[in-house]
Design a protein around this ligand. Structure first.
Ligand code: ZN
Ligand code: ZN
Length: 247
């Protein structure tokens, strides 16, 4: 465990050297003070829609004027997870930011996303988690992209919260088509039996925190949660960096 921590500090130091943190705003690139939170300039911080009013089930942002405490989706669908949380509303700027991490290889962005997610976890007073589990990519996709962004975010959250990370037990066995062009129903079918738990004994009676970058319809996270429940998980929480309003 100790050597793992030392290794992380080394990698972290190296990353800090390659991508100096808190120098440029991660959204617009203007100079920021070292003390500026999340490496965001004041203007961008004001522009980002941080989730304050949210669906109590899935964590999706709700409009100010919307009265119920759950979103329309959650009124119609039962989720397999206990509760979900998200940091920011998914809009054009956030879309570009996630794209830069996933396809532009700007992995340092994951550090700041994880910072925001850890703040949300603390705000929601989520207690001791037994395993942080990032939503896995199929091996083919991971090879193609070179890394799994949720894993990197998960590693940073694990370090910030002091909770262990498991990135091997939950695997994706179906090389599913990209979800973003599919309807809600198609996504559900696409995700059916897409995941598998290799060692259920590690999951039994445990409190799990699933990590992903975006929450849209929740079909991916539901599919993972279903497998975890089948393996005997006690509670499953979900945290994503961004969540769509009406997706
Ligand atoms: Zn900015
Ligand atoms: Zn909801």
């Amino acid at each position: 465990m100790k050597s793992y921590k030392v290794l992380w500090e080394l990698i972290d130091g190296l990353l800090d050297f390659i991508y100096p943190r808190n120098i440029e705003c991660i959204l617009c690139g203007t100079a920021v003070e070292k003390t500026e939170k999340y490496s965001l300039c004041t203007a961008c911080k004001c522009q980002i829609h941080f989730v304050n009013k949210e669906c109590k089930k899935c964590g999706k942002p709700l409009e100010e004027m919307y009265l119920p405490d759950t979103c329309h989706d959650c009124m119609l669908t039962n989720h397999f997870f206990t509760a979900g949380y998200a940091c920011v509303a998914y809009d054009e700027e956030i879309k570009k930011l996630i794209y830069r991490l996933k396809y532009g290889g700007q992995r340092y962005l994951a550090y700041h996303m994880a910072e925001m997610m850890a703040a949300k976890i603390r705000q929601k007073k989520l207690e001791q988690i037994d395993w942080i589990i990032p939503v896995p990519l199929h091996i083919n996709k991971k090879r193609q992209r070179g890394f799994n962004q949720s894993e990197i975010i998960g590693q940073y959250i694990s370090r910030q919260m002091g909770w262990p990370l498991d990135r091997e037990n939950l695997i994706r066995i179906k090389d599913t088509a990209t979800q973003n062009k599919l309807s809600k129903e198609e996504r559900k079918i696409n995700m059916k039996n897409a995941f598998q738990i290799l060692d259920p004994s590690k999951i039994k009676a445990k409190k799990i925190l699933l990590i992903d970058d975006i929450y849209t319809t929740g079909s991916t996270l539901d599919s993972c949660s279903k497998e975890l429940l089948r393996a005997g998980a006690k509670d499953i929480y979900v945290i994503t960096f961004a969540a769509g309003k009406n997706l």
